[in-house]
Design a protein around this ligand. Structure first.
Ligand SMILES: Nc1ncnc2c1ncn2[C@@H]1O[C@H](COP(=O)(O)OP(=O)(O)OP(=O)(O)O)[C@@H](O)[C@H]1O
Length: 137
């Protein structure tokens, strides 16, 4: 790591759903999740995990991908990405359009997109001009 700093998060290579936090006394606290991405996980690896979940909307399931974390931790990078290195949102849309084209002879899908920001308990529609925002609920 840069500047002589050390990571306080450790991973066991064989356990894809666990991480350990190294405490000040060098003891370790273990946390389990459905899946843990490592520092080297790229956009492709993240989408490989999320893709089966998000595309299940086309089979009638409700899905929510929720990016949560303190400022600067990579939520926007993970969900939106950059034009050269797209994140979950763009990859999902691409995949949804691909599958709906593939199934076009058996079913017609209509896709609608809304983008909402929840910040300090306030909801903002990101696709509506600021002056046209309805009262917040
Ligand atoms: N996995 C990553 N690889 C490379 N750069 C990253 C990665 N994650 C985040 N970054 C970079 O770190 C910076 C902060 O990330 P980002 O803006 O995604 O954080 P955020 O959680 O959305 O922050 P905020 O809550 O303030 O909006 C950005 O410059 C982003 O490009």
């Amino acid at each position: 790591m840069a500047n002589g700093s050390t990571s306080i998060v450790d991973f066991e290579s064989s356990r894809e759903n666990e991480l350990q936090i190294i405490c000040f006394d060098s003891s370790k606290k273990q946390f389990k999740f459905d899946h843990v991405f490592r520092p080297g996980s790229d956009q492709e690896a993240v989408f490989a995990q999320t893709s089966p979940i998000v595309t299940s909307v086309l089979d009638g399931y409700n899905v929510c991908i929720f990016a949560y974390g303190q400022t600067g931790t990579g939520k926007t990078f993970t969900m939106e990405g950059t034009p050269e290195n797209r994140g979950v949102n763009y990859r999902t849309l691409e995949e949804l359009f691909r599958i709906s084209r593939e199934r076009s002879n058996i079913i017609n899908y209509e896709l609608f997109v809304s983008m909402l920001e929840v910040y300090n308990k306030k909801i903002r529609d990101l696709l509506v001009e600021k002056s046209n925002q309805p009262p917040k609920k």
